[in-house]
Design a binder for this molecule. Structure first.
Ligand code: LLP
Length: 445
């Protein structure tokens, strides 16, 4: 089991998160339910923030990659922890601004930002837009000119480092939908292109090599390649690197097949990046750039669990036993999308030894609606509370209303007390945007 302090088993044999008994939470808030431990989120934000300050001074900013989990409360926490955020859509930007998040600490990403999204970003005066295509440089320049703004931008570049969870390979791949490739010369051409635009100020580069990556070396190699490229642009185009954003991607624990990284361990990832940037800057006699990182999953992933109630149990003799729960792919589509593995535990009998191999099925009309395959649990009964661990990232943010299931609410636990940060959906919410054309209206008799 996950050894993080925020999860423990109390005297009644119930799972606790952030000092709150999950069985009580299930009773009070009903299931399915996303539960977030505030202390864990703050600890991870502050570890990155403090490490950057200590090793690099004030010349940098940690951004929380809010696609991992976006709602107004998380932007408030990020603001209180004095970090920035990255957003990838008008919707995330709107949510951050509604929460009163300071616009100058917002970076905007996306491989196809729409005109109105760029307009909204400029109107809000956000800190920086990361351009991903020539057409975006044009759009930012055009929208900037309309408003009399010179917008700070970075170019997303593809350093040709492909990273996987358990291995890394360096390739000169140019087939990613993201960014300007260094290898085929587009990154250089885009630099020259952006430098001559009047309403954008090119500050530097961004790269992000992937997600759920454990190999420090993959990140370090990518950072080194971007610094090499920046130096080449200095030599060729007289370009001065002011800002370097090295993205996110640090892996988290889902099952015992994954490494369990302590907060200090995450600090070491950042330290390794900082060392490489400093090493290259010294080698090339370049000034140290303003350094940005943008972790998402490692900040919220292990801070969250999802609680379900076990319903139908289907035993197929000599084949499989399914425990069906009251949630499924509509609150966590990650198994359906990526065959992601998770660790479930029976929250109301958390002390009992596992004796049965079961699979956890959701309630959607879809065979692929599975939350975990062949996991060992104590013999479960209908009504047991099942917790799935490490669901804080890319679960709520990827949830949907398939089969018109209601997206579960999110609660935030602090010192054993829980409050809503996203309220439950209602059936009225589900039909809110439906309309029935006049010709289809039910006629009275
Ligand atoms: N920056 C950029 C530009 C990104 O594209 C991402 C994630 C991040 C930062 C944050 O990466 P993190 O620290 O969270 O790994 N839905 C997938 C994950 C997609 C990640 C996309 N980009 C999943 O559920 O695994």
């Amino acid at each position: 089991m996950n050894e993080r302090k925020t999860l423990k088993i109390n005297e009644q044999g119930h799972l606790e998160i952030g000092g709150a008994d999950t069985v009580e939470l299930a009773k009070a808030f009903s299931t399915p339910l996303y539960v977030f431990d505030e202390a864990y989120i703050r600890q991870m934000m502050s570890v990155y923030r403090d490490t950057l300050r200590k090793e690099y001074g004030e010349n940098g900013l940690v951004l929380y990659a809010s696609k991992a989990f976006s709602c107004q409360a998380i932007y408030r926490i990020a603001d209180e922890e004095e970090i920035g955020v990255d957003v990838v859509s008008g919707g995330e930007l709107y949510t951050a601004l509604q929460a009163g998040f300071p616009a100058e600490k917002i970076y905007m990403h996306g491989n196809n930002k729409l005109d109105y999204e760029i307009g909204e970003a400029l109107d809000a005066k956000i800190g920086c837009i990361v351009a991903d295509a020539y057409s975006e440089i044009d759009k930012i320049d055009r929208e900037g000119a309309k408003r009399g703004i010179v917008q700070d931008i970075l170019l997303r570049i593809n350093p040709g480092v492909e990273a996987h969870t358990h291995a890394f390979v360096q390739t000169a791949t140019t087939d990613s939908k993201f960014g300007f490739s260094i290898a085929d010369g587009t990154a250089e051409r885009a630099t020259a292109y952006a430098m001559q635009k009047k309403n954008v100020r090119l500050l530097g580069y961004h790269c992000h090599i992937g997600s759920q990556i454990f190999e420090k070396q993959s990140f370090v190699i990518a950072a080194g390649k971007v610094m090499d490229f920046a130096f080449a642009m200095k030599e060729k185009l007289g370009f001065t690197l002011k800002t370097l954003n090295l993205g996110g991607g640090f892996g988290i624990w889902y099952t015992d097949e994954d490494r369990k990284i302590s907060p200090e361990g995450y600090a070491e990832y950042l330290q390794a990046l900082i060392q490489e940037v400093k090493r290259k800057a010294t080698e090339f006699s370049m000034e140290l750039p303003f350094l940005v990182i943008e972790p998402g999953r490692s900040i919220v992933g292990e801070a969250g669990i999802t609680l379900y109630t076990v319903g139908a149990i289907k035993e197929i003799p000599n084949v499989k036993t399914y425990l069906a729960v009251d949630g499924g792919m509509f609150d966590n589509p990650r198994y359906a999308l990526y065959q992601s593995k998770y660790t479930p535990i029976l929250a109301n009998r958390a002390n009992e030894k596992g004796t049965e191999v079961v699979s956890i099925a959701g309630k959607c009309c879809e065979s692929g609606d599975i939350l975990a395959v062949d996991v060992t649990l104590p013999k479960a009964a209908s009504g047991d509370i099942l917790a799935i661990l490490s669901t804080g990232a890319y679960n709520y943010s990827m949830a949907m209303n398939y089969n018109r299931n209601k997206i579960p609410p999110c609660i935030l636990v602090k010192d054993g007390k829980a409050e809503y940060i996203v309220r439950p959906q209602t059936y009225q919410d589900l039909v809110r945007n439906d309309c029935i054309p006049e010709r289809l209206q039910k006629r009275g008799k």
